[in-house]
Design a protein around this ligand. Structure first.
Ligand SMILES: *Cc1c(COP(=O)(O)O)cnc(C)c1O
Length: 240
């Protein structure tokens, strides 16, 4: 790749991160919190390690990938010192063995079946795995995640699994016509998060509420998110 092209990409990524960090701070303050309470994850799917490293070298300390293979392939080329790596895409049971122990957190636990498989693979490696439980807050056919109605009974069962450490919730809301409707979804899951936190269940921590992407992260923070997952607003449109 041409040097001038690389320099431009680097400058763009840094500029985008500056803008995003500023908007995160403003939204945090609007919701009565400290900017430092909100974590920024750079979503790196389809992004070349060269560009991911520009973000990491500029202070990004958390990355997310959707696919097991892509995460494992890129990992050796990344500047990962003090950087958290999370899986954020749907995990198939037959891939769980490959990813357990390779990431700091699996945010996309969307069924009891995959929870049990992650636990089984963790036990094999003698480790515990930090997870978030993904809720399909809009009950959409096209999306993975626990439906609201089945969520609590699954939560109680997952709480019994010693190899899993539940750290919070993750969601992707439906595409909404306006911010009022969007906020209802975000507030809906925020309420579930707060309710579970108040129950103080053994083995269940509610410290992370992962919601908000390029198009809606400011709104998500205002509605209670403390971890936003941002891809295209940092790296530009994805090229598949
Ligand atoms: C791709 C992806 C993101 C980031 O999406 P952008 O709109 O590019 O910010 C966030 N979360 C998940 C689960 C994703 O798959």
């Amino acid at each position: 790749m041409e040097k001038s092209f690389l320099e431009k990409r680097k400058a763009d990524i840094r500029y985008n991160l500056d803008v995003i960090n500023e908007k995160i701070a403003e939204s945090a303050i609007k919701s009565g919190r400290n900017p430092s309470d909100i974590q920024l994850m750079a979503v790196t799917k389809t992004v070349d390690p060269i560009f991911i490293n520009y973000a990491l070298d500029y202070g990004v300390n958390m990355i997310g990938e959707n696919r097991v293979q892509e995460m494992l392939r890129k990992k050796p080329d990344l500047h990962l010192y003090n950087v958290q790596k999370h899986l954020i895409g749907h995990l198939q049971t037959n891939k769980a063995g490959q990813i357990v122990g390779e990431v700091d957190m699996i945010q996309s636990v969307d069924s009891l079946k995959i929870a049990k498989e992650i636990a089984k693979q963790s036990a094999k490696k003698g480790i515990t795995t930090d997870v978030l439980l993904e809720i399909n807050i809009g009950d959409e056919e096209s999306k993975t995640g626990f439906s609201k109605s089945e969520f609590m009974e699954n939560l109680y069962q997952i709480a019994e699994i010693p190899e899993l450490k539940v750290k919070g919730l993750m969601t992707i809301p439906p595409i909404c016509e306006n911010n009022t409707i969007l906020c209802e979804f975000f507030e809906n899951i925020y309420n579930i998060y707060v309710d579970i936190k108040a129950k103080k269940l053994d083995n269940i921590n509610m410290n992370i509420l992962s919601m908000g992407m390029s198009g809606d992260y400011e709104q998500a923070i205002i509605c209670g998110s403390n971890l936003v997952r941002i891809g295209s607003s940092i790296f530009g449109p994805r090229i598949y």
